[in-house]
Design a protein around this ligand. Structure first.
Ligand code: 5GP
Length: 178
């Protein structure tokens, strides 16, 4: 098996480009069936989801829109600690059917903090499509309507996901070798 060195760590191949492509096409097919006539608005969360979002969206054959946002976390004044805000959400989501595109759900913290903020803007519906999920890492349970792969609690990179800036351009997904 061909391992890969990125910065100081060794990674081994985990999910092939073909396996990812087939899975993403299947996810898009399910969305095409479920959302026909609803003109959903996809909201892709940058940076990690940019390749997943592009590949999924190319397989969407129904009328649909997409926008890209970045989440910024800053220390709030409340005791709850960090506050997450969306940068770049310039589309009105009221009464829209929203499909959030996320590369990976790990602890669930990011989405558990961000989703209630979107709910405040009263979309008609809101679901999550995530390429990867690490069930063993769950701290904040998140309902993922469209899931690509459930994976072990090991660090992954490739297909948009980075390790300290590198690896996003890999067509396959690699896993940290132990
Ligand atoms: P959560 O808030 O669910 O704990 O974390 C979600 C974010 O953490 C993801 O969007 C991603 O940016 C980052 N993340 C979590 N696990 C991994 C991983 O295995 N590899 C990479 N590259 N990023 C990860």
């Amino acid at each position: 098996m061909q391992t890969l060195r990125v910065h100081d760590k060794e990674f081994e191949p985990y999910l092939s480009a073909a396996a990812i492509s087939a899975k993403v096409a299947g996810m898009a097919e399910a969305i095409n069936n479920d959302y026909a006539g609803k003109k959903p608005l996809f909201i892709a969360i940058l940076n990690g989801s940019f390749i997943f979002a592009a590949d999924l969206f190319k397989n969407i054959s129904i009328e649909a829109e997409i926008c890209f946002i970045k989440l910024a976390s800053y220390k709030g004044t409340k005791s709850s600690g960090h506050v997450i805000t969306a940068i770049g959400l310039d589309t009105d989501i009221i009464d829209r059917h929203i499909i959030i595109l996320e590369d990976i759900v790990d602890t669930g913290k990011t989405l558990s903090e961000f989703l209630p903020q979107l709910q405040h803007q009263q979309p008609a519906s809101m679901v999550i499509a995530a390429l990867l999920h690490k069930p063993e890492a769950t701290v904040y349970p998140i309902d993922i309507k469209y899931l690509g792969f459930s994976i072990p609690n090991k660090f992954v990179l490739g297909y948009g996901l980075d390790y300290d800036g590198l690896g996003r351009n890999l067509g396959e997904i690699y896993q940290l070798a132990r």
